[in-house]
Write a protein that binds this ligand. Structure first.
Ligand SMILES: [Zn+2]
Length: 392
C-alpha cells in the first residue's frame, strides 16, 4: 500500500472521544499535551517499554517543544493499588500537570487511575465501580490524559474505567469515573509493529471478545451493537494478517481501530468470558487476552440458547460459508488455531484446585451482569471444567 493510499485511512473522530488515527501521528503528542494545557506531563508506561526508542523519542519530542516531561514506569502487568499510589507520589513530587498514558493495557489503566487519584483525599478503593461511588470524585482536581496505546486489545484508551488489582484481597477491582475517558487518543499503528506474534494474537482476541460480548449483551444500545459487528469483521479480516506479518501496517491499523471499537462497544456490557477471565487473571496472573481467547468457545456454547439468532445474523455479516451458530463456532475454533491459541486452560498452566473460588468470583464479577444468561456459580464451574479439559 502506498503512502497516498494510507491517507484514506487517516481521520479525526470525536466519538467516543477525540481520536487522532493514522500512521506517524505520534508526532502530534506534544501538540496534544499543549491542547490540554500541560506544561509538565508525567509519561506513564510499562517497565518493558521504558528504554524503547518510541518512549525515548516521545520524551525528547516533548522536551523539544518545551514540555518538561518525566517518565514513571514502576508498574506491573495487571497493575496494583500500590503501583497507582507510587505513581500519584511521582506526579505530586514532580509537580506535574497532566498524564501521558503510553503503552499496553496495564500502563493505560495505571495511568488513568493515577490521573484520577492525584487530586483526591480518599483511598483508591473508595472509587470502586459500586453504586454511586464515582460521585465521590473531585473532578476539578483530576489531571488531563493523552492516551497512546502500543497494543491493540484492551481499548483502555477509550474506556472510562481502570482495572486495578487489590493485592490484599487478590481481587481485580474496577475504578470508574466518566471523566477517566482520556481527553485525546493517538492511534498510531506504527507503535504496534514490534509486538511479537503471540501478543498480537492474544491482545487481538481480547478486542474480539470485547466486541463479541458487547454484541451478545442484552442492554439496549444499537449504536454499540453496530460498532461491535464491524469490529468483529475487522478482526476476521486482519488479525491473522497482523499476527503473521507484524510489519503489515494496514492490518496493524485495522486491528488497532477494531480494538478501540471493541472497547467503545462494551459500554453495552461484557459477559461470561470476562467474568471468568477477571477471576482467573487475579488468581493465576495469566494474560487477560489469552484467557478470553481460550474461554471464548466454551462461553459461546453455554450461551447458545440465548444468542443463537443474533449469532446467525453476525455470521451472515461476516459472510461465513455456514452462516449459523455452528458455522460461527467452527470459525472461532479455526481462528484460534491459526493464531496458535491453546484450546484448554490446562495448556496455559491453570488447574482445578480453586474451582469454587473461581466460580464464585465470576458470579460476583461486574462483567457477569452483561451476559445474556445470568449464570449461577455451578454454571460457571461447568464452563471452567469444560475449558480445562477442552470438551466443547
Ligand atoms: Zn478484555
Amino acid at each position: 500500500m502506498s503512502s497516498t493510499e494510507f491517507e484514506r485511512f487517516t481521520a479525526n473522530w470525536n466519538y467516543p472521544t477525540n481520536i487522532r488515527q493514522g500512521i506517524g501521528r505520534i508526532a502530534e503528542l506534544a501538540v496534544c499535551c499543549k491542547e490540554l494545557a500541560m506544561q509538565k506531563p508525567l509519561l506513564v508506561t510499562d517497565p518493558g517499554l521504558v528504554d524503547f526508542p518510541m518512549i525515548l523519542d516521545a520524551v525528547r519530542a516533548c522536551k523539544n517543544e518545551g514540555l518538561n516531561c518525566k517518565v514513571f514506569s514502576d508498574i506491573v502487568g495487571n497493575p496494583t493499588g500500590e503501583n497507582v499510589e507510587q505513581g500519584v507520589k511521582a506526579f505530586r513530587d514532580g509537580d506535574h500537570d497532566g498524564v501521558i498514558a503510553f503503552g499496553g493495557g496495564s500502563a493505560l489503566d495505571a495511568a488513568k487511575a493515577i490521573a484520577l487519584m492525584v487530586g483526591q483525599d480518599r483511598s483508591l478503593w473508595d472509587f470502586e465501580d459500586v453504586g454511586d461511588n464515582w460521585t465521590r470524585v473531585n473532578t476539578a482536581k483530576m489531571a488531563p490524559v493523552v492516551a497512546v496505546p502500543t497494543t491493540s486489545g484492551t481499548g483502555s484508551e477509550v474506556g472510562r474505567a481502570s482495572v486495578i488489582t487489590d493485592t490484599k484481597q487478590h481481587l481485580k477491582r474496577i475504578i470508574f469515573h466518566p471523566e477517566m475517558l482520556p481527553a485525546i487518543v493517538i492511534l498510531d499503528p506504527e507503535l504496534t509493529v514490534g509486538l511479537p506474534p503471540h501478543l498480537t494474537a492474544a491482545t487481538g482476541m481480547d478486542a474480539f471478545s470485547h466486541a463479541l460480548e458487547a454484541y451478545c449483551a442484552t442492554y439496549y444500545h444499537p449504536m454499540a451493537e453496530g460498532i461491535a459487528l464491524e469490529a468483529i469483521r475487522l478482526v476476521k479480516n486482519f488479525l491473522p494478517r497482523a499476527t503473521l506479518d507484524g510489519q503489515d501496517l494496514e492490518a496493524r491499523a485495522q486491528i488497532m481501530v477494531a480494538s478501540t471499537m471493541g472497547a467503545t462497544a462494551f459500554q453495552r456490557g461484557l459477559g461470561g468470558m470476562h467474568a471468568l477471565a477477571h477471576s482467573l487473571g487475579a488468581l493465576y496472573n495469566s494474560h487477560h487476552g489469552l484467557l478470553n481467547a481460550v474461554l471464548m468457545p466454551y462461553v459461546l456454547q453455554a450461551n447458545r440458547n440465548a444468542i443463537e439468532s443474533s449469532i446467525e445474523r453476525l455470521a451472515r455479516y461476516l459472510e461465513l460459508d455456514d452462516a449459523n451458530f455452528d458455522g460461527f463456532l467452527d470459525w472461532v475454533l479455526q481462528l484460534r488455531e491459526q493464531l496458535n491459541i491453546p484450546h484448554t486452560l490446562e495448556e496455559i498452566g491453570i488447574d482445578d484446585l480453586q474451582i469454587e473460588t473461581v466460580s464464585t468470583m465470576a458470579v460476583n464479577d461486574p462483567s457477569a451482569g452483561g451476559n445474556p444468561i445470568i449464570f449461577t456459580a455451578e454454571q460457571y464451574a461447568n464452563i471452567f471444567t469444560a475449558a480445562l479439559s477442552g470438551e466443547l
